[in-house]
Design a protein around this ligand. Sequence first.
Ligand code: UDP
Length: 472
Amino acid sequence: ESPAMVDAVVMFPSPAIGHFISMVELGKLILTFQPSLSIHILIVSAPYSAGSTASYIADVAATTPSISFHRLPTITLPSSTNTHYETLIFEVLRLSNPHVHQALLSISKTHKIKAFIMDFFCFFSLSIASQLNIPGYFFFTSGAGCLAASMYFPTLHQTTTKSFKDMNTFLKLPGLPPISSSNFSSAASDRNNKAYEYFLDMAYCFPKSAGVIVNTFAVLEARALKAISDGLCIPDSTTPPVYCTGPLIATNNQTDGDTECLNWLESQLSQSVIFLCFGSLGLFSMEQLREIASGLERSGQRFLWVVRNPPSDSQSLDISALPEPDLNSLLPDGFLDRTKEKGLVVKSWAPQVAVLNHKSVGGFVTHCGWNSVLEAVSAGVPMVAWPLYAEQKFNRLMLVEEMKIALPMKEDEKGFVTGLEVEKRVNELMQSDSGKSVRERTIAMKNAAKAALSEGGSSRAAMSRLVESWKH
Ligand code: UDP
């Protein structure tokens, strides 16, 4: 080891936009604590397009020279592969392992790697870090509640031989409200799905890691964090140190999107607009889009709504490959005309962080992706929780029952939501007492988030503990 070697941290994010951006933001935060570090971010191409990070990457590369990006060779999956988002991502990351190994070896030639921080979906690479004697950390891009459940997963697995999807019961997990077995992600709900096995393997990796960094803050999820630190979530093994360093949110130019909507918001009254946006992968059938439209129209609320084309069988996982939606044919006859004074429909993608932070926005109908949740909390915008995929039903439960910063959207057993329900929930959030209490609670959490990130706050303290531990 030559004394001239620069200290480095290597980060391995999952390619989905929400996972990727929050990891890069973590890298930027680390640099504010130790500017002499060099940060290397490994990029894997996603098996489907989950939001474009190109302009974000270019922006970070231009503004933060200590961060460099390394693109790993593209993995091509066999076309017969199962189409759960989670399974596809897991496969790509698993098959990238030899390239990750190469990248770590090559960075080691000129750097002393102090830490290798993996997205939890990248757990396959923990063994490489161990082989190379590099401390391996996980970065958990969902909340501490979801982390508690993930850590407890092997224990749950041992208590039954059934898949969650066949249980129809409430489960009691440490530090969490009772969870309906139907609230687990569909991939983790079926023992016959490959992703189930991977989630289990991942959970067995937690005790072997040097620590888990979580994109949350202490006050938001105190009960789940206590259960974790008390060792209740990993009863049979060691609980690794947990560092809550969030909320980590994109500060660089996130994505292009349509900025015209920001001009429109300028002409609206303070907190008068409800924003509807469903993550990087949220798609609705035409029937569902029409129900949302009629619910919005009947509610009489002002709205800003991001609309995409419905999924089609041929490329149901690739949003960027979808053509621009033809709003006139998708939405009910005359809807755009009748609501032109009240609402604005944006095609495909909106600059969400900027929208949520606009003073005219007073509510958010969200799919409950964790980044969207943190962005809403940081902006002090209360939510209606309408989960669609991944761990989002679980997040709804946490938002509604535990954090009390959202009202639930209620769907039927097929996941369909009526226009009546949309109307009711939107009005409830914007006008009722329960909406008011959710708003007050969200603003309290916004202030708590700000405090956590300020001098002496819990997230700064956690970050500083982590960076200090690399100095020895
Ligand atoms: N996003 C956006 N505009 C859109 C849709 C999504 O800027 O029209 C951003 C959003 O701000 C968030 C990310 O994409 O940062 C989505 O991450 P999240 O964890 O909420 O959901 P996921 O896409 O992972 O399901």
